[in-house]
Design a protein around this ligand. Structure first.
Ligand code: IPD
Length: 273
């Protein structure tokens, strides 16, 4: 499947659509934020929740994208998995940071990305609770609320502030926590914010120096990964099952990857990925 050439005009129209649907979902989520939780269920494990808030936000996004881009595919965290014929696919996390949202903590966001044959072309991460909207287009830079952003450029591992996240599968968590005992003493500190997309956006805007996590998904990483790259940072995958992602300045990335790999190799064989 070949995607049509992504001209600046096409990317601008797709960016506008991504931002519009992310904001619409964010408005609906803000109406529910702090209120009674409806339709709570659990997915992969009893620590992996989904509620009517996630589902409604996904419906809002999917309906508009399907109406305006009927030939595109769509992958959403909750239910959507639609084949397209255009060679393009929207990758959507309607509510990244679901646990924070359910507890009334403000670190959650809506993430919308568009992929084509060359990778991620457009990304929007909307942090509705803080009124912060991150946007990026491939080759066009990244911005926060309309102002260009750049990574911290930090290149010294021992003084780097690095975010990470934990999966919902207890075995993955066991491996992650063991690896952390090796990683933490070698950094300034670790942050676990609870939203991978926001962690990556905070790397893009220089609030964090790096991020690593094994076991995230395409919908957590697609839009915000582009944000990091377009803000001058670099990302790379950690091979293995489940896969991982590492992000930092281009100078710091190789050292951070080496640290994470060494930490995982140090973990007990029974919990290694
Ligand atoms: C989760 C968050 C969390 C990360 C997990 C994700 P969700 O997404 O991004 O920070 O550590 O790997 O699954 O479940 O809140 O959409």
């Amino acid at each position: 499947m070949d995607a049509p050439d992504a001209s600046p005009e096409i990317l601008a129209a797709d960016l506008e659509l991504a931002e519009r649907v992310a904001r619409a979902a964010g408005e609906g989520l803000m109406q529910r934020f702090g209120g009674l939780v409806e339709g709570l269920e659990h997915k992969a494990s009893e620590t992996d929740p989904v509620s009517e808030a996630d589902r409604e936000a996904e419906r809002t996004i999917v309906e508009t994208i399907r109406a305006e881009r009927p030939d595109d595919g769509l992958l959403g965290e909750e239910a959507a998995n639609l084949e397209g014929s255009s060679g393009r696919r929207w990758v959507v996390d309607p509510l990244d940071g679901t646990v924070n949202f359910l507890y009334g903590l403000r670190a959650w966001c809506v993430s919308v990305a568009l992929e084509d044959g060359d990778g991620v072309a457009v990304g929007v991460v909307h942090d509705a609770a803080s009124d912060e909207t991150y946007r990026a287009t491939r080759g066009g830079g990244a911005e926060l609320n309309g102002r260009a952003i750049a990574i911290s450029g930090h290149d010294h591992l021992a003084t780097a502030l690095v975010a990470t996240g934990f999966g919902y599968d207890p075995e993955v968590r066991a491996a992650q926590s063991e690896a952390l005992t090796h990683v933490l003493p070698r950094l300034r500190d670790i942050r676990r914010g609870g939203s991978a997309a926001l962690d990556l956006c905070w790397v893009a805007v220089g609030r964090l120096d790096g991020y690593f996590e094994r076991g995230g998904h395409a919908w957590d990483w697609a839009a915000a990964g582009l944000m990091v790259e377009e803000a001058g940072g670099a990302i790379d995958r950690l091979e293995g099952e489940p896969e991982g992602l590492v992000a930092a300045s281009p100078a710091l990335l190789p050292e951070l990857i080496e640290l994470v790999r060494a930490a995982e190799a140090d973990a007990r064989p029974s919990v290694r990925p």
